[in-house]
Design a protein around this ligand. Structure first.
Ligand SMILES: Nc1ncnc2c1ncn2[C@@H]1O[C@H](COP(=O)(O)OP(=O)(O)OP(=O)(O)O)[C@@H](O)[C@H]1O
Length: 255
């Protein structure tokens, strides 16, 4: 019998902000190769949970374990180096550089452990990174924009470029914070197809998303947060049919 490999384990995590219990009793297991969505109404604690995972916030108690390594207490860049990449709600990009250079930077930084663009090493290495960056841009449908200024891109294109910036790191776990926020329906559908393509390569993903169309198109597992607690988790069908979830969050939105 094959036992699913748990890549990320959020173990009994609590987070308090003064008197506010933003996260309580959070236990979450993300299995290798799966797309695990975290959903919940405004203020449920989704961003807080993501920030605890990536090391931006320290939990009040509990810990996060990634592939057997305790993340809690490590800095965000150390967690990134362990193989966790994330796509933000607001893309973090180098607006003055070209699209191609934006995608090359994370690969160079990964090699150097820091941004040492002035010490790019051998030309052969740069050529290899450039080719890989072009390949990633092709993957996200942006090869023809490679010489454009990143700052001049549309919001949807910035997010696709940021995805390429993550993919070039070959992360074991990709965290996506509302990857389709602010996108048109057309861009949203393009992003869904792109994320499906990534999934078919076996990459594990945790996705925070408000758009139920996106969640039910992509997720293998869904955890539902409400008022800092996980009130339900399971497959999309299990979650969809759960009366507690319908009451707390979904309402008629999925019909
Ligand atoms: N730094 C902070 N200091 C104090 N309270 C905070 C802080 N960050 C978040 N909170 C509170 O913690 C609770 C959870 O917030 P969080 O942003 O994690 O929710 P969310 O599910 O991501 O909401 P949204 O969908 O609106 O982004 C909210 O009541 C919020 O006001």
């Amino acid at each position: 019998m094959s036992v699913a490999n748990v890549v990320l384990h959020v173990a009994d995590v609590h987070k308090r902000f003064g008197g506010l219990h933003a996260l309580a009793d959070i236990d979450l297991e993300v299995e290798e190769g799966q797309t695990h969505a975290i959903i919940g109404p405004n203020g449920a604690g989704k961003s807080t949970l993501l920030n605890v995972i990536i090391g931006k916030l320290a939990p009040t108690s509990g810990q996060v374990v990634f592939d057997g390594t305790v993340l809690t207490g490590r800095k965000p860049y150390q967690i990134n180096q362990l193989g966790i990449a994330r796509v933000f709600q607001t893309p973090e990009i180098f607006a003055d550089l070209s699209v191609l250079h934006n995608v090359m930077i994370p690969a160079l930084a990964k090699r150097d452990g820091a941004f040492k663009l002035n010490m790019m090493g051998s030309l052969a290495y740069e050529k290899k990174i450039r080719e890989e960056a072009e390949h990633m841009l092709e993957d996200v449908g942006m090869l023809s924009s490679r010489e454009d200024h990143a700052g001049s891109l549309s919001r949807g294109d910035k997010r696709r470029m940021e995805l390429a910036m993550c993919l070039i790191q070959h992360p074991r776990l990709l965290l996506l914070d509302e990857p389709t926020a602010g996108m048109s329906r057309h861009d949203t559908n393009t992003t869904i197809e792109l994320l499906k393509k990534i999934k078919s390569r076996g990459m594990t993903k945790v996705i925070i998303e408000h758009d139920m169309h996106v969640v039910f198109s992509l997720a293998d597992k869904i955890s539902v947060l409400a008022q800092g607690r996980i009130i339900a988790d399971g497959t999309p069908d299990q979650v969809r049919g759960n009366p507690k979830v319908q009451e707390a969050y979904l309402g008629g939105e999925t019909e």
